[in-house]
Design a protein around this ligand. Structure first.
Ligand code: F6R
Length: 600
């Protein structure tokens, strides 16, 4: 989490940094700051709050062509002006921004900084003070910087200003994402290409444990031992218009509406001219060769994984386990003989998933990453990648990435089944085409979902989602969407499990949202609705055409039974969106959250 940006060039840097930080705000938004350097020294502005507040605080009269900036999601120390980055060394000579977590910061502090008075509660200040202490001995900034980085364990993307050098930004990276943006007479560093797309589309990828000397007229990548590394730049594929809201009030609504286009894009990307599935032959071979698949993911991606298991087991006949990444790392189950690890991650940067990838790679197991960001850490470090083609997802609450994940997993399952010679009466591309049209029809009925949100969720403190089979998994996702953006306490339950405890929470007026899109459980889920209604619940049934009954709150047009989760989630997303809107919540940037969770 946290986003960093740096610029060194000919233009005044404030606006370039602030615009970059606005694009990185999805990574954290509890405090922010920038530092600029000119011949009078370093000027630091920082605030508790968002980039908009920082913009107001920045002194317009100070001109500078070199600077660094940061938007924070607190890990060490509360969100406050004091703990906001940039942080400075005691003399004020060195100024730093950092994304990541320094695991050995207590050891470093005790061993090297005994005589230094620390000003903040952050692990970041330790780095900049360490650089100053080392520099006092070594008298060589680049060497002190490299030595400091060598002493750190944990994750970091760092940019450092030296008040006595108006032509360099020192940069280092380990585990946290960082790119160098290249221009004709300037260079930039940024956690994500989105932060620099307004000035360049040329980027250099950085590997872990590399440092970079960034100057106006060039960049020099080095390994920690000082050896130089040469690397070709790549062109960022995203268009800067992809990361604008356009006429939408929120990114979340825009991204919900984009889902039919994403599904059509996936059909296009995964189909060849003969209408066969187009997939990397190595992925196909790995799927065929494994005896069990372990899906590893977090949050919404974990919910997509639960549905991926259904697709793969039902179509390709391979057993699948789905694990929450943060649990797997510390409590690894007994593995099969030939496992394949499948990491599902929108960002490709989730630290919990990455730590499983590192562990399982050490054990020699193959890994496939299913991600929206092909150059991301999980993508680079896995053996294979499947791209979601969902376009940048900016709203913190994931929507289009979730449906894209399910679509790609369904295609993968069909491809594997065919590779194994299993005959299927299921054309995934045709069925996904129907899904896309149905999504469009649902997205056109926003007023209906807005009314339901008003009727059921305007004043409630809690809400339950129930379903059976795949509807249960969609209910889990519905409850996550609702709670994270509206702060209504929402929980998803398997319909049959309610009476084993949870039903005690149902009281007069408690909203219960039930999904009834599966034929084999239609009767039983409706029975569970009766049970909660008998205890005073205010229930709403979202059903599917053909299974609907009088009184259902909304009936979804029919799609192939396997793919119903791709459409039944839209009502969940839209109801959550409007519930949050009615409660005046910050839909795109809910409290305490960040889009990319790069700390464990
Ligand atoms: C919820 C949400 C999160 C993410 C989770 C994993 O709306 O977005 O639960 O799904 O943090 O993130 P990725 O998919 O980037 O690994």
């Amino acid at each position: 989490m946290c986003g960093i940006v740096g610029y060194i060039g000919q233009q005044d840097t404030k606006d370039i940094l602030l615009t970059g930080l606005e694009k990185l705000e999805y990574r954290g938004y509890d405090s922010a700051g920038i530092a600029t350097l000119n011949d009078k020294g370093v000027n630091v502005s920082k605030v508790k709050g968002r980039i908009a507040t920082l913009r107001e605080a920045v002194d317009e009269s100070i001109k500078s062509t070199q600077g660094i900036g940061h938007t924070r999601w607190a890990t060490h120390g509360v969100p406050s002006e004091l703990n906001a980055h940039p942080h400075q060394s005691t003399s004020g000579r060195f100024t730093i921004v950092h994304n990541g977590v320094i695991e050995n910061y207590v050891d470093v502090r005790d061993e090297y900084l005994e005589n230094v008075e620390l000003k903040s509660d952050t692990d970041t200040e330790i780095i900049v003070q360490l650089i100053e202490v080392l520099h006092n001995d070594m008298n060589d900034v680049a060497a002190a910087f490299r030595k400091a980085v060598e002493l750190l364990t944990g994750s970091y993307a760092i940019a450092l200003l030296d008040a006595e050098n108006e032509d360099t930004i020192y940069v280092a990276k380990n585990k946290s994402p960082l790119l160098v943006g290249l221009g004709d007479d300037f260079n930039m560093v940024a956690s994500d290409s989105m932060a620099a797309l307004h000035v360049t589309d040329q980027f250099l990828e950085l590997m872990d444990k590399e440092t970079v000397i960034v100057r106006r007229d060039g960049v020099e990548i080095q390994k920690l031992d000082g050896t130089k590394v040469s690397r070709e730049p790549f062109t960022a594929e995203i268009d800067s218009s992809d990361i604008e809201k356009g006429t939408y009030p929120h990114f979340m609504l825009k991204e919900i509406d984009e889902q039919p286009f994403v599904i059509r894009k996936i059909i296009q990307e995964y189909q060849d001219e003969n209408d066969n599935i187009k997939l990397d032959a190595d992925v196909r071979a790995a799927m065929k060769a494994c005896d069990r698949i372990y899906i590893i993911a977090a949050g919404t991606s974990y919910h997509a994984g639960l549905l991926g298991k259904q697709f793969i087991e039902k179509l390709a006949n391979i057993p699948v386990e789905v694990h929450v990444a943060s649990e797997f790392s510390y409590n690894m189950p007994l593995l099969s003989e030939n496992p394949l690890f499948v990491f599902i991650s929108q960002s490709g940067e989730t630290a919990d998933s990455r730590s499983v990838l590192v562990q399982t790679k050490e054990l020699g197991h193959p890994a496939l990453t299913v991600t929206n960001v092909p150059g991301s850490t999980l993508s680079r470090e896995a053996d294979y990648t499947l791209h979601l083609h969902a376009g940048p997802e900016i709203a913190v609450a994931s929507t289009k990435a979730y449906t894209a994940q399910m679509a790609v997993l369904a295609i993968l399952a069909v491809d594997t089944a065919r590779a194994k010679g299993i005959e299927l009466d299921f054309d995934p591309m045709q069925e996904l085409g129907i899904v896309a049209n149905t999504m469009e029809a649902l997205a056109d009925q926003k007023e209906k979902f807005e009314d339901l949100a008003r009727e059921y969720l305007q004043t409630t403190r809690n809400c339950f989602f129930i379903g059976r089979g795949t509807d249960y998994y969609v209910g889990l996702e519905g409850s996550l969407k609702l709670k994270e953006i509206s702060y209504i306490q929402a929980e998803g339950f398997a319909g049959g499990e309610l009476k084993h405890g949870t039903i005690a929470l149902i009281e007069e007026g408690t909203p219960v949202i039930a999904l009834a899109t599966q034929e084999n459980v239609n009767y039983s889920i409706r029975g569970n609705v009766q049970e909660v209604e008998a205890r005073g619940a205010n229930s709403m049934i979202i059903s599917m055409k053909g299974l609907d009954k009088e009184g259902d709150a909304f009936v979804i047009p029919q799609v192939h039974e396997l793919l119903t989760p791709l459409v039944s989630v839209l009502p969940m997303q839209l109801i959550s969106y409007y519930a949050a809107l009615h409660r005046d919540c910050d839909v795109d940037k809910p409290r305490n959250l960040a889009k990319s969770v790069t700390v464990e």
